[in-house]
Design a protein around this ligand. Structure first.
Ligand SMILES: NC(=O)c1ccc[n+]([C@@H]2O[C@H](COP(=O)([O-])OP(=O)(O)OC[C@H]3O[C@@H](n4cnc5c(N)ncnc54)[C@H](O)[C@@H]3O)[C@@H](O)[C@H]2O)c1
Length: 360
């Protein structure tokens, strides 16, 4: 089978992870070009890979099978659209786009064209997460009562000052939109029910940016369960931590990461710890190396995307996850703006740009 040909558009911080992940999938895929408005950025990533300044020229000339979209979030929509209209599958970084309607359009275009989209929702690819989801879905933990996540992903002025798009309403959003969106996606996916409304509040406590550096929300699900969300970049950048918990009538599942170290606490009906049971099942399913998947989840995303193309199935973090996570996020922003509970999915477009001036 011929290798799938990949180009990366946007050669900044996250592209480094994509490069590693593509090389780990070298049996089925190869990098054939890099695109960036800055030639220096592309050459820093790989001096020998063919370079393009203009993404449209790269897509039409190289005709890649897969386009990795790793540009600032405000550019995702136009590049994702152009790439799919020109026959490419996508590894699209989160958030899918900056508006609920644009995200719905990208999801629908993927259905219409049959092009696969794997989202950069890394948490779905962490080890054990898939097993836990299977068990919650099959009712092994009983009814889900509620869930919670926190993402305390401290970033200082050096991070926000490293590129002019960071922390802007137009191109990035704040701690919820950038750092917390994949955790919200994970929690909703694990709980297995559909959001019907949300209440959100955002604030600015430390960072000198346009958007929020602290946000909290409660999402009401269609089975009556509730999901609570806390996302911030205000905390120490030396102590980054994220954790989710799903509470069920027959147990509690908590997983997370703190200072790079994974945390796991799965407890069954009688208070019995089930951690070892899940670790052994993960090894049986994916081998010992699959336990290290949290170190570069992008490798697992590429493996999944390639398999979804080869065997015609949807990736684990599919286009629908991209659309719904942005819709939920826009609901939280809209609720913060209006000061009231907002119905989900949104019945009209809401964009992060609608938040401009919120903190003035
Ligand atoms: N899934 C994850 O874990 C994860 C982690 C970090 C970032 N991200 C996402 O990845 C995206 C990029 O983030 P980053 O931190 O790598 O940003 P970055 O600023 O480090 O890199 C972006 C690159 O895109 C280039 N660029 C800008 N406009 C362009 C254009 N029109 N055409 C081609 N290149 C262009 C810039 O020159 C820069 O090199 C964002 O959407 C972010 O949310 C995802």
């Amino acid at each position: 089978m011929e290798k799938l040909r990949i180009i990366i558009i946007g050669c900044g911080r996250v592209a480094v992870k994509h490069m590693k992940a593509i090389s780990k999938n070298s049996d089925r895929a190869e990098l054939v070009a890099l695109v960036d408005v800055s030639e220096e950025a592309a050459k820093r990533l790989s001096p020998d890979t063919p370079y393009y300044k203009d993404y449209k020229q790269a897509i039409t000339e190289v005709k890649p099978d897969i386009v990795a979209v790793t540009v600032p979030s405000g550019l995702h929509y136009e590049i994702a659209r152009f790439a799919m209209e020109n026959g490419c599958h996508l590894l699209l970084e989160k958030p899918m786009t900056m508006s609920s309607d644009q995200s719905r359009q990208i999801y629908e275009l993927s259905l219409k064209t049959g092009r696969k989209i794997a989202m950069g929702h890394i948490y779905r690819y962490f080890p054990i997460v898939g097993l836990v989801r299977e068990d919650i879905r099959e009712g092994r933990f009983g009814k889900v009562t509620h869930g919670s996540i926190y993402v305390r992903w401290g970033h200082g002025d050096d991070y926000y000052g490293s590129a002019s798009w960071r922390g802007t309403w137009k191109s990035d959003g704040g701690a919820l939109m950038n750092q917390t969106i994949h955790a919200i996606d994970l929690l909703v996916w694990l709980m297995g029910s559909k959001p019907v409304s949300c209440v959100g509040m955002i604030s600015q406590r430390r960072a000198n940016i346009e958007a929020e550096d602290l946000g909290m929300a409660v999402i009401r699900m269609d089975d009556g369960s509730l999901a609570s969300v806390e996302g911030t970049t205000c905390t120490s950048d030396k102590d980054k931590a994220a954790e989710f918990s799903v509470f069920c009538e027959n147990g509690v599942i908590s997983m997370g990461i703190r200072q790079g170290k994974p945390k796991l606490n799965i407890v069954g009906r009688s208070g019995k710890k089930l951690n070892l049971h899940y670790v052994l099942r993960q090894i049986k399913k994916g081998g010992l190396k699959s336990l290290l998947g949290a170190l570069n989840p992008h490798t697992a995303i590429y493996t999944d995307l390639i398999d979804s193309i080869d065997n015609d199935h949807q990736p684990v973090a599919d286009a629908y996850s991209g659309y719904t996570s942005v819709d939920n996020l826009m609901g939280i922003y809209k609720s913060s703006k209006l000061g009231e509970e907002v119905r989900l999915p949104l019945d009209e477009d809401f964009s992060s740009i609608d938040m401009e001036g919120y903190f003035k």
